[in-house]
Design a protein around this ligand. Structure first.
Ligand SMILES: [Zn+2]
Length: 393
């Protein structure tokens, strides 16, 4: 009897150890691709470089990417609606310069990826494959030649709009809030021309942030699979930035991929209310912070860091994030889902995912839910590679 018990204990310990090694080994072996990281714009704002040690300050930096097992990172090129014609394109180029300079300073650790062949060589050489995604059509300033120039500098996706509509596409925020009076609803004929030009160049159409009408117009116009670089599901968390079941099904038919956003407010429908209550409680302190730095994002970040225990209580679980993934898989299958963290562009993420080094926990959760190794390889990066290749053909 004693022996039986001993055997049972040994088997259990063996099982847990091999399970732990399994997910780490699988995560390391897989090509892990994150389609959305905002470090470049956040770094400019905070005066920090990606090759500095920034643990506790940002979600990501060059060395922590390695710990997180990230092979390919799409860096978002971003400026908000305060930039427009005459300023947005120049600012975007300054960000691209910043990424190129970072890669040049670290030739043994990073490389720019413009083609599927580059992607493969980055993975094989163990360098962080660095891709460029332009987050917001306002950065082309209504000029096709600026779109071409972005492509030539390496941009491989463009999000048709950010929260602000352009003169040729309406955003999710504007469509839902009906702010778009006097603006386009969906894609204008120039907007369709932009999509066709992106198809011709080999630049992926990104539909995160766009309004539903723009989404359907883009899907109908594009001859190539599109992506949502950082979005979740509306049926689990009904906010305008997430995708409805009908949109998810349409994207599945198009052959595209939805990359999950880690932002607590897109993962958990109750987060906004809880976070508002937290901010209300610390309002006086927040106002003091805003006196020194008018950025709302920065003030919230400082409060989230200072009252970590308190805010941990309102952060959703990693499990809820993976519920979004399960929901998409149930609707359109495992070939249409990936990861687009939005790290360094968000001030709250699921409590297990504190920064990029926690990425392997996603693989652990996928294994726990019974996804096969083959499926996990697809989710972590294979699906994006398929769409990238299809767009470059
Ligand atoms: Zn975004």
């Amino acid at each position: 009897m004693k022996h039986k018990l001993l055997w049972a204990i040994l088997l259990f310990v063996g099982y847990t150890n091999s399970h732990a090694q399994n997910f780490k080994r699988l995560h390391k072996k897989a090509t892990v691709i994150d389609t959305h990281n905002d470090f470049i714009s956040t770094g400019i704002e905070k005066n920090k470089s990606f090759d500095m040690a920034l643990k506790g300050i940002t979600h990501s930096d060059l060395n922590r990417m390695k710990t997180g097992g990230i092979d390919i990172q799409v860096f978002s090129i971003f400026c908000d609606e305060n930039y427009g014609n005459g300023t947005a394109y120049a600012f975007a180029n300054r960000e691209i310069d910043t990424l190129y300079a970072t890669v040049q300073r670290n030739p043994s650790k990073m490389m720019i990826v413009k083609t599927p062949e580059d992607l493969l060589s980055a993975v094989q050489s163990g360098k962080l494959g660095s891709m460029i995604g332009v987050e917001g059509g306002h950065m082309i300033e209504d000029r096709i030649e600026y779109l071409e120039a972005f492509f030539n500098r390496g941009a491989r996706y463009m999000t048709l709009t950010w929260n602000n509509s352009t003169s040729w596409a309406s955003s999710a925020a504007d469509e839902r809030a009906k702010h778009n009076l006097g603006r386009p609803y969906g894609l204008t004929s120039f907007g369709k021309e932009v999509v066709k030009k992106m198809n011709a160049l080999g630049m992926i159409v990104d539909i995160s942030h766009v309004g539903e009408q723009t989404f359907y117009d883009a899907i109908a116009t594009s001859t190539k699979p599109v992506i949502a670089s950082h979005s979740c599901t509306y049926s689990i968390c009904p906010v305008p930035r997430n995708m409805t079941d009908d949109q998810i099904k349409a994207l599945g038919k198009n052959g595209g991929v939805i990359h999950l956003n880690f932002y607590s407010g897109f993962v958990d429908s109750s987060f906004k209310q809880k976070n508002d209550a937290f901010l209300k409680k610390h309002e006086a302190e927040k106002n003091e912070l805003l006196k020194n730095n008018p950025s709302d994002f920065y003030a919230n970040l400082v409060l989230h860091e200072k009252y970590k225990d308190e805010i941990d209580g309102v952060r959703p679980s990693l499990s809820l994030l993976i519920d979004h993934l399960d929901h998409i898989v149930k609707l359109i299958g495992v070939d249409h889902v990936g990861l687009g963290s939005d790290f360094d562009g968000i001030n709250s993420s699921p409590r297990e995912l504190n920064d990029v080094t926690d990425m392997p926990l996603i693989t652990q959760e996928l294994l726990k839910r019974g996804y096969s190794k083959k499926d996990i390889h697809k989710i972590l990066g294979g699906n994006f590679i398929r769409v990238f290749k299809a767009n470059q053909q």
